[in-house]
Design a protein around this ligand. Structure first.
Ligand code: F0G
Length: 463
């Protein structure tokens, strides 16, 4: 098989500032060992997130110049309206400034004390918005989602039996929605199967519970579904995307991911009465319904991005990047969530650093080490981000869309080659102080102990 090449050529570049290990050591100290506080200029390869960090195409930049900034009824809104109808089959939608704005509006309407919002696994801002409304966020992933080494095609699925049991236990009247996140970011960017989505829809509809898609990575989910579900293999990505949206009562979408934008989001609601209430909130907190917190140019970039996202060649390149890294890591013996999704590689830091207990944040320890030796920034998804009772201790290396080349990934793998050799020396971390919510963004963190101090060996892995 031939090499899958990056399906673009580069015509505008952003220089990478090379740093020394000593400089990075200083940045770490100044940032209180919190990688969110390191200036991006001091990062050589930034794999913190795939959100808003992709490269826009020449067509998107051209569309930006066509953006019309009228307050009401901008032609750019109608360009986006057509794209949303064509790609998702929704006649009505609201633009919002990013995904979490859609979350805030929806859960303000559906949440509140005593209410429960179910999900295959809520993303952290989704959970935070549900909880801020006073409602409870309940995750019902399939069991295999919690086993990084299990190679199954649809580990993003919801557990259908548990869904039924939860509805019975909580009472359907108290459950105001089910959110199905495609792909399931929180469990490793794993896809949801169409059969699972449809089964969940049947149960929801039998119980009067609306079903919403969190569709930030709708195109990557469709690509994986095409490859892994024989019933979908002959369909185009566009056809598969429509099939996923069809059974849903609404959707939330962060346009900073698959829609290839730097900012933006969408909220789609089929129920006209609920949509009207959402639109009222939109006007109060985001903007007039034809721009909703975005500039006209952002609407144009999104409309174009929705088209580019479903290009098979582009998605095959996305898949080639993560499978390339995954193969490299397998060769080096670095455990990670299998099979890899498209937007990120999730290193199983709990297993890789078994001498660091979950309470000393092995995912964060690995993130700091990767930055220290190579200037690569990843993001802990484990006890630091989620709280202390987290099952999986992961380091996410998210791949910005169309931003890096294969040699950047080779450099990343070389860094892991070094890390593997010294993994026994990597120390744990402790929190010095933290804010009341989303602590990983701003907490002050410090290394524990000293390399020369012997620590009792810990043989048990964290999951
Ligand atoms: N839903 C999912 C599945 C997400 O991954 C994100 C963001 C959001 C909602 C919120 O969207 O950022 O536009 O407000 N995920 C980013 C990440 C931040 O790094 O995975 P937003």
């Amino acid at each position: 098989m031939r090499t899958i090449i990056e399906p673009f050529r580069i015509k505008s570049v952003d220089p990478i500032v090379m740093t020394t290990r000593e400089e990075r050591e200083r940045h770490l100290r100044e940032a209180d060992y919190n990688l969110f506080k390191i200036p991006a200029r001091a990062v050589m390869i930034d794999l913190l997130t795939d959100s808003g960090t992709g490269a826009m195409s020449a067509e998107q930049w051209a569309a930006i110049m066509r953006g019309d900034e009228s307050y009401a009824g901008s032609p750019s809104f109608f360009v986006l309206k057509e794209a949303v109808k064509r790609r998702f089959g929704f006649d009505e939608f609201m633009p919002v400034h990013q995904g979490r704005a859609a979350e805030r509006i929806l859960f303000h309407l559906l949440g509140g004390p005593g209410k429960v919002i179910l999900g295959n696994t809520h993303f952290d801002t989704t959970r935070a918005n549900i909880e801020m409304s006073g409602a409870e966020a309940v995750d019902i992933p399939v069991a295999s989602a919690l086993d990084p080494s299990r190679d199954e095609p649809f580990k993003g699925n919801i557990d259908i039996e548990k869904l039924k049991l939860t509805i019975r236990a909580r009472g359907a009247v108290n459950i105001s929605a089910l959110i199905m996140t495609i792909t399931n970011n929180a469990v490793g960017g794993q896809p949801v199967s169409l059969a699972n989505l449809r089964a969940a829809r049947e149960i929801c509809h039998a119980n009067g519970i609306p079903l919403f898609l969190d569709a930030a990575r709708f195109a990557e989910n469709a690509y994986l579904a095409k490859l892994r579900d024989p019933e979908l293999s002959s369909l185009t990505i566009a056809e598969i995307v429509l099939k996923y949206f069809e059974p849903c009562d609404g959707f939330l979408l962060s346009a900073k991911k698959d829609a290839l934008c730097h900012v933006g989001g969408l909220l789609g609601i089929r129920d006209p009465e609920l949509a009207a209430r959402a639109r009222t909130m939109l006007v109060v907190t985001e903007g007039f319904p034809t721009y909703g917190g975005l500039a006209g140019r952002d609407l144009e970039a999104m409309a174009r991005g929705l088209e580019e996202a479903i290009d098979f060649t582009y998605l095959a390149y996305r898949a080639a990047v993560t499978s390339y890294i995954s193969h490299g890591l397998i060769t080096l013996g670095v455990p990670h969530v299998r099979p890899p999704g498209l937007h990120a590689i999730y290193i199983d830091a709990g297993k890789f650093l078994p001498h660091i207990p979950p309470g000393e944040f092995p995912g964060h320890a690995l993130a700091v080490e990767l930055y220290r030796i190579a200037g690569v920034r990843g993001c802990e998804i484990g006890s630091l981000m989620r709280g202390d009772n987290c099952t999986l201790q992961l380091l996410r290396l998210a791949i910005p869309r169309r931003g890096y080349t294969q040699s950047h990934m080779d450099y990343l793998l070389e860094a892991f080659e070094d890390i593997v050799k010294k993994r026994g020396d990597i120390r744990g971390y402790r929190i010095v102080d933290e804010p009341p919510a989303l602590r990983h963004f701003t907490a002050r963190i410090a290394p524990i102990g000293n390399l020369s101090v012997a620590r009792p060996p810990v043989t048990q892995v964290s999951h």
